[in-house]
Ligand binder design. Structure first.
Ligand code: CA
Ligand code: CA
Length: 480
């Protein structure tokens, strides 16, 4: 009888543990990332807090290091908090290859962090593990979560493993022709199908997360690794870091359809919404129309429950949106209004809030703009304070008005050039891309029912017949 009794006791213990675990995960899974605002920093281009670690720094070379580091980012957390960011995503900090690559644009260094040499070391040019810990603790003090960019797919050119662990890599003639086995940009592709490679990678990244208390990963090049890898990764991340540990995947070109398999088998918490930028540009540049854009916006976020898309205006691998819009700041602010009134996790890429421009690579990775010229690295362009004010105002409104983050989007009125989208129960987002003012429409109900709370043009009072000025985005809230 004794063994049976013992067995029952053990079962009871297991049950209690399970219940306890379930309760913990329920409590910790409370974060709804759609309520957050994520700020993306290319660490080397943001703020230099420690000039003593500045190796390979040459600000006259767009492709060299510019000195930004973990300490610098930590020093600017108040800036992010003032803007309204609640989470920061920083580029990878693992030890990088320490030589440069010849490119048509000059000598190219691993300043971006995507050319790792050793996943078990932090690159001294970015700081130390203690610096990361300090960043996390200072960020958490300000209510800001920290999302670290990690690479699982490849190493940097000429990484040590090319000599010491060639059997872990695909190089040269071994590179495949499909997404998973290709050598992206000619980089050595890790054989992520091998258990020993997986263990090496999982321990490196999950171990660092465990030791430093970061809140999630931004996962690089997701579609270049198999689904079963990402399933195992999720399982281990949850086991070691809790179910609240956020995994935001870069599936290049993704929208709700592309992201679906990754959400269905719970490989990722969220995915970047690449299509949001495309559809927004199509509308602003007269390629689509109010009706088509409205149909898209009202359905763009129909994703598997518990998952989300993260819309953005631009990232470090494409032209800045302002450059794409040929520096048309009025259009840019309409796009920003759409970003901050969209469902999902909105992402600001460093400097966008100042109107950072920059066309093709490497100009799209320019230094941050700091009003205080003593902060380095600093831009060779002057930030636009009016754009900054609009970004800050939009973020405040998004936080104050849950409707603007709502999963309910309903087209209320469209013309060729105008879209009025009802968000939630009581707010209305109106965009007008034409040169002339759009008139109020009866389909929206009596104008007196609505209160104007935002205009990208800066209109503060309602001109009775005007729904939106030319190239204007407005937010109205229904009077109760
Ligand atoms: Ca530095
Ligand atoms: Ca691969």
């Amino acid at each position: 009888m004794a063994p049976v009794f013992f067995g029952k006791l053990k079962m009871l213990k297991t049950l209690i543990t399970l219940l306890f675990a379930a309760q913990i995960s329920f409590v910790s899974a409370d974060t709804d990332w759609r309520d957050e605002v994520l700020y993306f920093v290319m660490l080397d281009r943001f703020a230099d807090g420690d000039p003593t670690n500045n190796q390979d720094v040459d600000q006259s070379n767009d492709l060299a290091f510019h000195g930004g580091d973990l300490e610098g980012l930590t020093q600017q957390l108040d800036y992010l908090a003032d803007l309204g960011a609640t989470a920061v995503w920083l580029t990878p900090i693992n030890q990088q290859i320490d030589f440069s690559i010849a490119s048509p644009n000059g000598q190219f260094f691993a300043h971006h962090g995507y050319w790792a040499n050793d996943f078990y070391a932090i690159d001294p040019r970015f700081g130390t593990e203690a610096d990361l810990k300090n960043l996390v603790s200072e960020a958490h003090n300000r209510g800001i979560k920290v999302i670290l960019d990690v690479v699982y797919n490849h190493l940097g050119y000429g990484a040590d493993f090319e000599d010491t662990r060639p059997e872990w890599l695909r190089m040269g003639g071994q590179c495949g022709g499909d997404d998973e086995t290709m050598c992206l940009s000619g980089l050595p592709d890790l054989r992520t199908e091998l258990p020993e490679v997986r263990n090496y990678l999982f321990e490196a990244h999950l171990g660092l997360a465990e030791r430093t208390g970061i809140d999630g990963f931004r996962l690089d090049t997701v579609k270049h690794i198999s689904h079963d890898f990402w399933q195992e990764h999720r399982r281990l991340a949850t086991e070691r870091l809790g179910s609240d540990f956020m995994l935001l995947g870069e599936i290049w070109g993704a929208d709700k359809i592309t992201a679906r398999p990754y959400f269905k088998s719970d490989e990722l918490s969220g995915a970047f919404d690449f299509v949001f930028r495309d559809r927004t540009l199509e509308f602003l540049n007269n390629i689509s129309n109010g009706k088509r854009f409205g149909r898209y916006l009202s359905k763009r976020h129909a994703v598997v429950d518990g998952h989300f898309l993260a819309p953005f205006l631009s990232n470090h691998d494409m032209l800045t949106l302002l450059a794409t819009l040929r520096e048309d700041k009025a259009k840019y602010l309409v796009a920003a209004t759409l970003l901050f009134t969209a469902e999902g996790l909105p992402v600001i890429t460093w400097g966008e809030e100042w109107g950072r421009t920059g066309k093709a690579w490497p100009a799209n990775r320019a230094n941050m703009y700091w009003p205080d010229s003593s902060v380095q690295p600093n831009s060779d362009w002057v930030g636009d304070a009016a754009i900054f004010a609009k970004f800050a105002e939009l973020i405040k409104l998004r936080k104050a008005l849950p409707d603007l983050r709502s999963s309910k989007s309903e087209v209320a009125y469209t013309t060729q050039d105008v879209l009025a989208l009802k968000r939630g129960e009581t707010s209305l987002v109106v965009v007008n891309r034409s040169d002339s003012a759009a008139q109020w429409n009866d389909k929206l109900g009596a104008r007196e029912d609505w209160r104007l709370v935002f205009s990208s043009q800066g209109v503060t009072a309602i001109d009775k017949p005007v729904l939106a000025e030319g190239m204007d985005a407005r937010i109205y809230v229904k009077n109760r």
